[in-house]
Design a protein around this ligand. Structure first.
Ligand code: ADP
Length: 688
């Protein structure tokens, strides 16, 4: 009737868990992994056990945390020697035979990596494992090992059922005892047992939509299938009444339709009155579970094959340092790092890469993932500042950080990359930060070429505008030159007079100098317009720029008897931009305005130029009294090469638009109700 105590040493009391897999509502990345991920401390005690480990080995995490590696293996002698070598050498990869609670052995391909502390001592060991493809072990009963055994784990409390357990003990000893009564008592024991904790699997199998919190404290019976309550009760009593401390009691239980061939194992937990329960079996029709596994596999595959290079890093050490720094009242981490640049070096050597995908290996030109499983310093050999920025982001508690930076590949090539860092949400558990690097080198060079092309084009357009303005420019330069000649001639006349009038001569010479300066200013201005140069970003006074632009077209306007009315707002805030480029925009608009008025030929000949500011933007409007823009063309005039003029090129407005856009602004055109066209551009008021 009762199950025999198992002959194998059953798990002993686990210590207080350090990490508990599948506990938090926000699971860790490793909780999603399709591979078994186990973290051991240097002693070989299990710190973390992911759901895939539960499925592979059939041991629930709640029963594994704190146990030694010996619980997984049969040859503890060899294991000790292996562990010693592993800690020395840092990594190991191979095939091992592991034991499941059912007594079944499973052959697993494992990879073990030692993570080292900053001082070079081993910190812990991460082990990745999956069932060996060549594993066709047959267990003792002759069954083929199922692909995967389910492990639903429970921790239950039967401390409130002491009387009941004593009665069961009595009944079991009594040869004449009523079988039915004993059955009833066993079932009652399941009703009296309270849930202390359950794992993810248990929740999914029997918890319905209730969360773990709603299960804890409830009677086990409320979640245990009716058909097998008696079996469970027997095992609970066996474990509580068993003489051998730590013995495991195991029975097949009737299938409940969810699990095929379910096997229940029960053993006493460390706390008096507590039991651990593991239910193993294959799942036929737990849809959600199967779907989840499938999506995990897809997710894993997706991540692995993603064209974006991904790094998973463990920055827990730095996380603790940030907490300490924060505790001392530091808020400006940027300044703090200026004083403590050694912290950046520390991050470079202690933040450990724990996983990478294929694209990462490819990007850096490594021969395999292991080449990349090192402290992150190698990612920041050129752009140390980027690492600093990543640290600042983490310190500030940002969710993520993005920047374009450069990395050096293993063969010394430099790549432009867009880096995105996703910080851990829950720092308490595995401190997993994800780095993604996207190679944008190509993209950047195309962008640079485009920028160059655009700059060349803008420059060409300026030259072309200047070409159109040659008459005006000649006139502009000519004026001061003529004044110089006149004043020089006058001085000569004064010099030839007998009574030297020093005062008069001084006045004339001053005028000559002023005119010379004016001519030089004009040439300077034209040279500014004509020069090929990199755009700059300086504080701009829009009124000044507009005034200067007027100087280029003053002659055009005056010689055509056009009147210009200006209305410049006073005390305008500054914008940030390129003076010459903005001049180019205004000159273009003015030239178009003059041409529009000229083309119309009749009526008022006026231009109205106005500046102002409005909701964070500087505004410039220019209205003319030309014929306006035909409604059909309004949409098209800013397109390149759209022109209605015989000798037009149709690039002026297109360039105006791109310049204004580069300044973060916008430009538009409409017809004024009183006739003529009105152009308006707005650029944001810059930082002071
Ligand atoms: P272009 O002056 O060489 O034609 P633009 O890009 O400067 O090139 O102008 C494109 C077109 O926009 C002009 O051909 C004209 O049809 C229209 N346009 C520009 N400014 C005005 C204006 N002030 N009034 C009416 N139409 C205008």
């Amino acid at each position: 009737m009762t199950a025999a105590a198992s002959d194998e040493p059953a798990p002993s009391a686990p210590t207080e868990p350090l990490y508990v897999a599948s506990r938090a509502s926000e699971p860790d990345i490793a909780d999603f992994a399709s591979e078994s991920v186990i973290i051991f401390d240097v002693e070989g005690a299990i710190q973390y056990w992911n759901p895939a480990s539960e499925a592979l080995y059939g041991w629930p995490a709640i029963t594994m945390i704190g146990r030694g590696i010996a619980h997984l293996t049969t040859r503890s002698e060899n294991e000790r020697e292996h562990w010693r070598l592993l800690l020395q050498e840092g990594t190991w990869q191979g095939v091992v035979s592991r034991r499941m609670p059912s007594g079944i052995h499973v052959v697993v391909d494992i990879r073990q990596y030692v993570r080292f502390a900053q001082d070079g001592t081993p910190r812990d060991v991460i082990e990745y494992g999956r069932q060996s493809p060549g594993d066709n072990s047959i267990d003792s009963a002759g069954w083929h090992i199922p692909d995967r055994l389910m492990a639903a784990g429970w921790e239950v409390d039967v401390s409130g059922a002491e009387g009941l357990i004593a009665e069961i003990a009595q009944l079991r000893q009594d040869a004449d005892a009523d079988e039915k009564l004993l059955h009833a008592r066993h079932v009652e024991l399941v009703e009296a047992a309270r849930i202390v904790n359950v794992n993810e699997r248990t929740m999914r199998l029997v918890g319905g939509n209730r969360g773990r919190d709603l299960m804890i404290g409830q009677p086990v019976a409320g979640f245990w299938p009716l058909e097998s309550r008696m079996v469970a009760g027997q095992l609970f009593a066996d474990a509580m009444l068993g003489k051998v401390d730590g013995a495991a009691y195991r029975r097949q239980m009737p299938s409940d339709g969810i699990l095929r061939d379910p096997l229940v194992t029960v053993w006493r937990a460390e706390k008096p009155g507590r039991l651990y329960v593991a239910v193993n079996g294959t799942v036929d029709d737990d849809r959600s579970y199967i779907y989840l596994r499938a999506s995990e596999a897809r997710y894993r595959k997706l991540v692995h094959h993603m064209p974006v290079a991904l790094w998973q890093v463990d920055a827990s050490h730095m996380g603790r340092i940030y907490n300490d720094v924060r505790a001392t009242g530091v808020t400006d981490f940027d300044a703090y790092l200026d004083e403590h640049p050694e912290l950046v070096d520390l991050a470079a050597t202690t933040v450990q890469v724990t996983d990478v995908n294929r694209a990462a290996v490819q990007m850096l030109g490594g021969s395999g993932p292991l080449d990349l499983m090192r402290p992150v310093g190698y990612l920041f050999t050129i752009a140390r500042d980027s690492l600093r920025n990543v640290m600042i982001g983490r310190f500030k508690g940002q969710e993520s950080h993005h920047e374009v930076t450069k990395i050096e590949t293993f063969d010394g090539r430099v790549r432009d990359v867009r880096m995105s860092v996703t910080y851990p949400k829950q720092v308490a558990e595995l401190d997993v930060t994800i780095f993604s690097f996207e190679d944008v080198t190509e993209h950047m060079s195309i962008e640079a070429e485009l920028r160059q092309l655009q700059a060349d084009f803008t420059h060409a357009a300026r030259i072309s505008t200047l070409g159109e303005l040659t008459t005006s420019i000649a006139h502009e330069v000519n004026q001061p030159l003529a004044a110089i000649v006149t004043n020089a001639e006058t001085s000569l006349r004064w010099l030839s007079r007998a009574d030297l009038n020093i005062q008069k001569l001084r006045e004339l010479t001053t005028r000559i100098a002023a005119s010379g300066r004016r001519a030089s200013d004009i040439v300077q201005r034209i040279r500014g317009m004509a020069a090929k140069r990199q755009p700059e970003r300086v504080a701009i006074d829009l009124n000044d720029v507009a005034q200067e632009s007027l100087l280029f077209v003053r002659h055009e306007i005056e010689s055509r008897s056009i009147r210009i009315t200006t209305d410049f707002a006073r005390d305008l805030p500054r914008a940030v931009g390129d003076r010459i480029q903005l001049q180019q925009v205004i000159v273009n608009l003015l030239v178009n305005g003059v041409q529009a008025v000229e083309e119309r030929g009749e009526g008022e000949r006026q231009l109205f130029l106005r500046t102002g500011d409005e909701s964070g933007q500087l505004i410039l409007t220019l209205r003319d009294t030309g014929s306006g823009i035909p409604p059909d063309d309004v949409e098209r005039i800013f397109q390149g090469f759209f022109t209605t003029k015989e000798n037009g090129m149709g690039i002026g407005l297109a360039i105006c638009q791109s310049i204004v856009a580069e300044h973060g602004g916008s430009i538009s055109a409409c017809n004024h109700p009183d006739g003529g066209a009105e152009f308006r551009f707005a650029i944001p008021i810059g930082p002071a």
